[in-house]
Design a protein around this ligand. Structure first.
Ligand SMILES: CC(C)(COP(=O)(O)OP(=O)(O)OC[C@H]1O[C@@H](n2cnc3c(N)ncnc32)[C@H](O)[C@@H]1OP(=O)(O)O)[C@@H](O)C(=O)NCCC(=O)NCCS
Length: 317
């Protein structure tokens, strides 16, 4: 058994088999077109790779993708040092091949390869939809995962709020405070736009309007969000709220945008920096996250434990 990087033809072949897990409600061809479009996106062109675990006869046994992320690790002098982390997505074994340890072997080999080839490697991260045990075997540890849900609402945009469009993402990210944590991953503007590209794709295929804005700012506070059309949700990708009043104004705006786009609710991933403010929003309900369990596997010594790593929704792949 060995690990290889997929060719374009092999990627297309994997699109057709992984459709069973992630394709609905798209047809196989629509899903393949979605994948082609996402792979052509600047964020993926920069740092996405598709890995295959192959049998000795070349048969593909399992596959996954890795995406490159900027990450920051606090050194002994208290300063954060930049390194590379890798987000792993789309771990897949065809049904007839499951239960033989292929996914585990793939995860072990990919992590070993990342360790070997990344001199500034910090960590591999993933967002498990199948719980923690499978990935714990390969050295990943989970972080707690809670969401906050609010119903969409017909409220007007508060006068103090400025709406943000796709072209404002880089400036918005630049304004945001980075987490006060020993280790964190920070999304690039291209990664945030990758979420918006998904939004654009589903808006086109499902023939529905995109929300009028992809974020908002008020005072020194900023939020970015994206539509998850299939689930009727507006998900907050990043939130930097400097006061309760500004948190309320941003989330009120998100609820209004969700309502006008025909979405039922706004979903925020709980993060240490904003959990208290979000918990004080009227109508906010805390829910154990269903799927997307963040897990971390260090690629070097000196990383803090997984529960200390903050995960904004923008990092999800
Ligand atoms: C999850 C998946 C990749 C596992 O592939 P695999 O090659 O069978 O994995 P392994 O043989 O290494 O490990 C199998 C273990 O995963 C567990 N597992 C598989 N699917 C699971 C699920 N939906 N929920 C919880 N555990 C699951 C199995 O119970 C098994 O555990 P056991 O060995 O204790 O019985 C495969 O089932 C798959 O492709 N599923 C559909 C896509 C998917 O959900 N991918 C994961 C996204 S995070």
């Amino acid at each position: 058994m060995h690990l290889v990087l997929a060719t374009e033809a092999q990627k297309a072949e994997r699109d057709r088999v992984t459709h069973a897990a992630w394709g609905s409600p798209l047809t196989v061809e629509q899903f393949h077109q979605r994948e082609l479009r996402l792979r052509a996106h600047p964020w993926c062109r920069e740092g996405m790779r598709t890995w295959l675990l192959c049998a000795d006869d070349g048969r593909v046994l399992a596959s996954c993708e890795t995406f490159l992320n900027e990450s920051w690790l606090r050194g002994p002098d208290g300063q954060h040092v930049r390194g590379d982390s890798f987000s792993i997505a789309s771990v897949f074994t065809e049904e007839a091949l499951r239960g033989h340890g292929h996914a585990t072997r793939l995860m072990d080999l990919v992590a070993a390869e990342l360790e070997r080839t990344s001199p500034r490697g910090h960590a591999a991260v993933l967002f498990s939809d199948v719980g923690a045990p499978l990935y714990r075997r390969s050295g990943y540890h989970e972080t707690p995962a809670w969401d906050w849900h609010l119903p969409s609402g017909a409220a007007a945009v508060p006068a103090s709020v400025t709406l943000l469009g796709d072209v404002d993402v880089a400036a918005a990210l630049g304004r945001m405070r980075r987490p006060d944590a020993p280790f964190f991953l920070w999304p690039s503007p291209e990664q945030v736009d990758w979420h918006l590209e998904r939004e654009r794709i589903y808006a086109e295929v499902l023939r529905r309007p995109r929300p009028e804005a992809c974020g908002a700012r008020v005072g020194d506070s900023t939020a970015l969000w994206a539509m998850m059309a299939r689930y009727g949700e507006l998900v907050v990708l990043m939130l930097d709220a400097r006061s309760d009043a500004e948190a309320a104004a941003l989330v009120e705006t998100a609820r209004g945008m969700a309502h006008r786009a025909g979405l039922a609710k706004v979903v925020l991933w709980e993060e240490p920096g904003t959990a208290d403010r979000v918990s004080r929003l009227p109508g906010a309900i805390r829910v154990a996250r269903d799927g997307a369990l963040p897990m971390v596997r260090p690629l070097r010594a000196g990383l803090p434990s997984a529960p200390e790593v903050p995960f904004p929704r923008a990092l999800w792949v």
